[in-house]
Write a protein that binds this ligand. Structure first.
Ligand SMILES: [Zn+2]
Length: 289
């Protein structure tokens, strides 16, 4: 006996086509939503990765740790959070280096910025120029007075000298992300210790609208961790439990308040750096050779 062939009815065919068109419409809408921000690089770029895939908790025995005092270190500002909730103190002035005739940037960020600009030029052939760098509180006050989108004095990262605004010859402001340099920075700045500080997907967390041109130095490995975790600086400290140790590549990192002015850190770590977070805590990291 011949087996009856299964055939779709016209109605079923119409439904299948309809479902297919609907799925395509959703995918296209998703594509254009991202395209609107000129940031569509690939499917996985939009995904947030769980922190535990990036930072690994490490346990150390007592005899593997040494005690240090915070006062032994020149406290870095690289991980200082600056916003309206955590403004800079008036008397905190960074050590500055001149860039060209009009600009100054913090000594901590200077060489890293030069490397970033050179790498960007090599990759894209587009030259970045700085439109804004270090600002004094007075200058921020003046900007705040005339620009409804500007933040009040103390709340601008430009005052710590760790932020620069950039453009190319042809593209500035929001159009900057349309330039090859803008796209390259969005994907690669973290390798040089910089983050795009105000991404479009975190406007509700930062309180600042998308600024593809505003680069902030936080240093390696932190820029890489922030980029890969798809978070913003406001959220960074929350990845760490007080006083616990975490590894990322060959780095070991801890975060805490260290209220008595001392901390313990693995014996085998080199190049230990301490940065204040401007929220009453410190990030401490070193390299394991
Ligand atoms: Zn800026």
């Amino acid at each position: 006996m011949e087996k009856a062939k299964r055939k779709f009815t016209n109605r079923q065919i119409v439904l299948i086509i309809f479902a297919f068109v609907l799925i395509c419409a959703f995918l296209l809408a998703g594509y254009f939503y991202r395209y609107h921000y000129y940031e569509f690089y690939g499917f996985f770029d939009g995904m947030r990765v769980p922190e535990r895939w990036i930072l690994k908790r490490e346990t150390y025995y007592e005899d593997e740790l040494s005690e240090f005092s915070l006062s032994q270190f020149d406290i870095s500002k690289s991980l200082t959070l600056v916003n309206t909730q955590y403004p800079l103190q008036k008397d905190e002035l960074p050590e500055l280096i001149s860039v060209g005739e009009e600009h100054e940037i913090s000594k901590e960020a200077h060489t890293h910025m030069q490397k970033l600009f050179a790498a960007c030029f090599e990759a894209t052939g587009e030259k970045l120029s700085i439109t804004s760098s270090f600002r004094t509180a007075e200058k921020q006050e003046a900007i705040y007075a005339v620009n409804e989108f500007a933040v009040p004095p103390g709340a601008s990262e430009h005052q710590c000298g760790l932020a620069v605004d950039v453009r190319t010859e042809a593209h500035a402001s929001l159009n900057f992300i349309k330039s090859e340099a803008g796209k390259w920075l969005a994907k690669n700045a973290h390798q040089y210790g910089f983050i795009i500080r105000y991404p479009y997907w975190a406007e509700d967390v930062t309180g600042v609208t998308y600024e593809p041109w505003h680069l902030r130095y936080v240093g390696v490995p932190h820029a890489q961790i922030i980029y890969r975790s798809k978070i913003v600086l406001e959220e960074y400290a929350s990845l760490y439990k007080e006083g616990e140790f975490y590894s990322f590549k060959n780095f070991v990192i801890t975060h805490g308040t260290f209220g008595d002015g001392t901390f313990r850190f693995p014996d085998d770590a080199e190049n230990i750096v301490v940065s204040s977070d401007n929220m009453g805590g410190y990030f401490i990291w070193g390299e394991i050779k």
